[in-house]
Design a protein around this ligand. Structure first.
Ligand code: BF8
Ligand code: SF4
Length: 635
């Protein structure tokens, strides 16, 4: 099967010099065939040691587990646990930021500070904290305490959720009893109710999953806000994306994972002239070249213009270029296989977090209290490793695209305010009403080995742009569009329909770019998905309708992780019809599948659209956009 539609990835897969023993994610996928049909349908349960239990999907074998759990119960429990897993990841990420900001404010983490005071004040005010003439430090300390309370037993609705969505969303969640009062408590509750002999009612379990997903939204929003406060709110920046950003004459260090707490500091330290001189002394005439992989790559691309090397599914391929001197990882979406592949090259894989170690990698604990010192030590490891690079193993593809990134909600409103300073949202809304922008689609989520890398993303976006749908992207979706050249002004001319192209050109020119805005707006990493909600909420509030009425949809056409499941679920609760291009393990229960794709629509307005064919998916999303336009009385 085709492994990737990314030419750089394919070039390295075909021509790498690592030897025939190299196995990539695609080889291991082949080796797993055929995958277990019970697992694919969600019909296997291992929640107790009497199991594993399997339900026969054809109705000829057992229809209950040993405890009596039905297919509906088992499938619902599996899905709820996936949501809890994703939420735990985002909770850990967000809490790490809160603790570090607290340490920075109390002098224990001197390498971090409040970089964006305006964002601090805006977030604090939104959360009900008094601003007046108070110092940034006092405001931030109060914000930190408020943030910490979101993780514990707050006993009331979570501030980061309640203060960022429409009144209609709060009402819908209230009615269903899915308003979380603790991020971590919601995760624990799902784990509790899905253990042996607790919740057996599939609908009740699913509601627990939806509640946990709202907690996931809360954690993501909190992480985005704190990252902006500590490292600055992204603004448009021009950079490059794809494996061609690796350089033969430089020490190449890839930052891979998620949290900017590590990557932003390394990105800053990499411009230290002393370290650049050290790299040159080691023989790298072009000094240091820091690049990004996965979401941490998006974080440093948006804030520092650091080039993006590749996305999650092709992380091994970055090593197979033979010029990656160090791969520095924190947590999430890091395949244990990278350390194995690195054995065939000179690359040093460096783990940094106490909860994420890997056999075969070197562990250098990253300590926020000595962040710059740790970052310097990590970069020196890369410089040292450069000396043992084998020139015979080099295989750098030439492919890289220009990518304009950094479209935070603030940056988008900023660009719009150049068109109408008094009422920045007006140009956007007027063009939605006039049909120049038929709708908005948020592309989120991962690549998967089950779809040729980026195929669904590219096929879908070409058609949606031609139909005047404005695109926002996060996570590996934004990586796909950056690598395939959709984040350029030229892409607007090439792919956007007439109405959309005219709008993007007008905004781009008013903003002083002398060219159109790109048709795919890079709004961040996966935790940054709430930036899209912020924009949708602002539009909805201005129009006086709920988000569930807007011609706004979401798609995760190549979803992989539990985090993607959690995000997709809160997008649904947020009122967005949400397409999945990979079939999640729920088809073993007609009840669960129907609830997610249909019944939930009457409850929250959003629902899942499961469609592996990208052309059919586009048709379905356009029909939904038109249905919602009609609902608003728009043609
Ligand atoms: O959080 S899109 S593969 S890198 S989970 Fe992972 Fe999926 Fe990529 Fe970032 Ni998001
Ligand atoms: Fe089987 Fe029930 Fe145990 Fe699951 S919880 S493994 S269905 S006995």
């Amino acid at each position: 099967m085709t492994q990737s539609t990314d030419r750089a990835v394919t070039e390295v897969l075909n021509n790498h010099k690592g030897g025939s023993q190299i196995q990539t994610v695609w080889d291991r996928y082949e080796a797993q065939q055929p995958q277990c049909g019970f697992g694919e349908l969600g019909l296997c349960c291992r929640h107790c040691m009497q199991g594993p239990c399997r339900i026969d999907p054809f109705g000829e074998g057992p229809d209950r587990g040993i405890c009596g759990a039905t297919a509906d119960t088992i499938v619902a429990r599996g899905l709820a646990r996936a949501i809890a897993g994703g939420t735990a990841s985002h909770s850990g990420h967000a809490l790490h930021l809160v603790h570090t900001l607290k340490k920075a404010l109390t002098g224990q983490a001197p390498d971090y500070a409040i970089k964006d005071k305006d964002k601090l004040k805006a977030v604090a005010a939104r959360c009900g904290i008094e601003i007046k003439d108070r110092s940034s430090k006092k405001i931030a300390l109060e914000l930190v305490e408020l943030a910490l309370a979101e993780f514990g037993d707050k006993g009331e609705p979570l501030t980061w959720a309640a203060s960022t969505v429409t009144a209609g969303r709060i009402e819908a969640c209230d009615k269903l009893g899915i308003v979380p009062t603790s991020i971590d408590g919601s995760i624990a509750e799902v784990m509790h109710r899905t253990t042996y002999g607790v919740d057996a009612d599939p609908i009740n379990i699913l509601l627990g999953g939806l509640k946990c997903a709202v907690a996931d939204y809360t954690a993501c929003h909190l992480a985005t806000d704190l990252s902006d406060i500590i490292f600055g709110t992204p603004q448009p920046v021009i950079s490059k994306a794809n494996l061609g950003v690796l350089r033969e004459e430089a020490v190449n260090i890839a930052l891979h994972g998620h949290n900017p707490l590590l990557s932003d500091i390394i990105a800053q330290v990499a411009s230290d002239p002393a370290l650049i001189t050290e790299a040159k002394k080691a023989g790298a005439s072009e000094g240091l070249n820091v690049v990004g992989i996965c979401c941490t790559g998006n974080e440093i691309l948006m804030r520092h213009g650091i080039p993006l090397a590749t996305s999650s599914i092709s992380q091994e391929v970055a090593i197979m270029t033979g010029v990656l001197d160090a791969m520095v990882v924190d947590y999430q979406c890091i395949m244990p296989a990278v350390a194995t592949i690195a054995e065939c090259f000179h690359t040093k894989v460096i783990t940094t977090m106490p909860i994420a170690k890997m056999p075969g990698a070197e562990h250098i604990p990253f300590d926020e209290e000595n962040a710059v010192k740790c970052a310097t030590a990590i970069i020196r490891q890369g410089i040292e490793r450069f000396r043992s690079r084998n020139p015979d193993k080099i295989c750098i593809p030439h492919e890289s695209s220009t990518a304009i990134a950094g479209f935070s909600a603030e940056a988008i409103i900023g660009a719009l305010s150049k068109v109408d300073a008094d009422d920045p949202l007006k140009p956007l809304i007027d063009n939605i009403v006039a049909g120049n922008i038929r709708g908005i689609c948020l592309f989120a989520g991962c690549n998967t080995v089950k779809v040729p890398q980026d195929y669904n993303y590219v096929e879908m976006v070409k058609r949606l742009l031609a139909e005047n749908v404005l695109i926002m992207a996060t996570g590996c979706a934004s990586s796909a569009y950056a690598r395939h050249g959709f984040m350029t002004s030229e892409a607007t001319t090439k792919y956007a329909g007439e109405g959309l192209a005219a709008v993007l050109t007008a905004i781009g020119e008013a903003a002083g770019l002398e060219a159109p805005l790109p048709p795919v707006l890079h709004i961040g990493s996966c935790v940054d998905n709430p930036r899209a909600v912020d924009i949708a909420t602002a539009i909805a509030n201005k129009l006086g309708v709920d988000i569930s009425k807007l011609p706004v949809v979401a798609s995760a056409p190549e979803a992989t992780t539990e985090k993607a499941v959690a995000i997709g679920t809160w997008a649904v609760v947020g009122g967005l019809p949400t397409h999945l291009g990979v079939i999640p393990p729920v088809l073993g229960s007609k009840l669960v599948a129907e609830t997610l794709t249909s019944t939930v629509k009457d409850l929250v307005g959003g629902y899942f659209v499961i469609e592996p064919d990208p052309n059919k998916a586009v048709k379905a999303l356009l029909a939904i956009i038109d249905e919602r336009r009609a609902g608003l009385g728009l043609s």
